[in-house]
Write a protein that binds this ligand. Structure first.
Ligand code: GUN
Length: 294
């Protein structure tokens, strides 16, 4: 069994990006600038966005964090997005999800200019991804592809079972694993809450990508020997014995599943850090595209 070490690989990627940024600085070019908008005070979202901004600093990007109150109206958020669309200093931006219930998430995503949509959530970018065109690939699926590639994991002709059909992870992942090329050329089954015989389907998988958000859902007896296990779940479980009051766990019973797997991602330290590294990669790409357009 080999651990797919997202912490290490994400560090390598950040170092590669930092080297690119250093070259840009040497040439007197503008460095990439990422802005992140967060609405409300959700603890997990604040942690993620904080990490994204800190990572920008680490690689030499400029970053802007925009915090809006939980009572922000859709109209107010759309106005902020319009400002960011027009701000030529900003190469890319994200609006952290989920949003408070008074705001329609799809309206917000559609308001982001596709050239600045480094999350790859806009229908134009999502459509391009599905059509194998050059675009921003959503950071979490992009990070999973990068891990498979850097560890040389064979995906051709394999049966990949994706658990969960979210727009951020499951749906794009199912498209990407079935694309021509590598990582890809997989036969994909996308499972969800209405899937019948889900355990039987999972037991046939060569590659399992779980993005369910149910702690320790995936047990050793459910997976085939030598399966590749990608755990996208990040759940905070309340625990008063910890200083923070919770611990983080994934969808996979790591201790037991890891004994059967050929490759497996840990939580934390697997897919999570890769998401941030790939967001930076998309931002670098956005800067490059803006430079070429001028
Ligand atoms: N919430 C959970 N994951 C993500 C992500 O990748 N991007 C944004 N904007 N929000 C998220």
């Amino acid at each position: 069994m080999e651990i797919l070490d997202g912490k290490k690989v994400s560090n390598d990627i950040k170092n590669e990006i930092a080297a690119e940024v250093a070259k840009m600085k040497e040439k007197g070019e503008k460095v990439p600038h990422l802005a992140a908008v967060i609405v409300g005070n959700d603890g997990a979202s604040l942690t993620y966005v904080g990490s994204k901004v800190r990572s920008c600093e680490r690689v030499g990007f400029e970053s802007t964090l925009i915090r809006l109150p939980s009572t922000t109206s859709e109209q107010e958020l759309l106005k902020k997005i319009e400002e960011l669309n027009e701000d030529t200093n900003i190469d890319g931006f994200i609006v952290q999800l989920p949003l408070p219930e008074q705001i329609d998430t799809q309206e917000v995503i559609m308001a982001i200019h596709p050239d600045k949509d480094v999350d790859g959530f806009h229908p134009t970018n999502f459509g391009k991804m599905a059509l194998d065109m050059s675009t921003f690939i959503p950071a979490t699926p992009f990070g999973i592809l990068e891990l498979l590639e850097r560890y040389n994991v064979d995906t051709k002709g394999k049966h990949t079972v994706v658990i969960g059909r979210s727009h951020i992870v499951g749906r794009p992942m199912s498209i990407l694993m079935g694309r021509k090329g590598w990582p890809g050329n997989s036969t994909v089954t996308l499972t969800h809450s209405h899937t019948k015989n889900i355990t039987q389907i999972i037991s046939q998988a060569d590659i399992v990508i779980s993005a369910l958000g149910v702690p320790k859902f995936l047990k050793a007896e459910m997976v085939k020997d030598d399966a590749v296990i990608i755990d996208v779940g990040i759940t905070r479980v309340p625990d008063d014995s910890r200083e923070r009051g919770y611990y983080i766990t994934g969808d996979v019973d790591f201790e037991n599943v890891s004994k059967k797997a050929s490759y497996i991602t840990p939580v934390p330290g697997g897919v999570g850090p890769m998401t941030i590294a790939m967001l930076l990669k998309n931002t670098l790409l956005a800067r490059e595209r803006h430079r070429m357009k001028k």
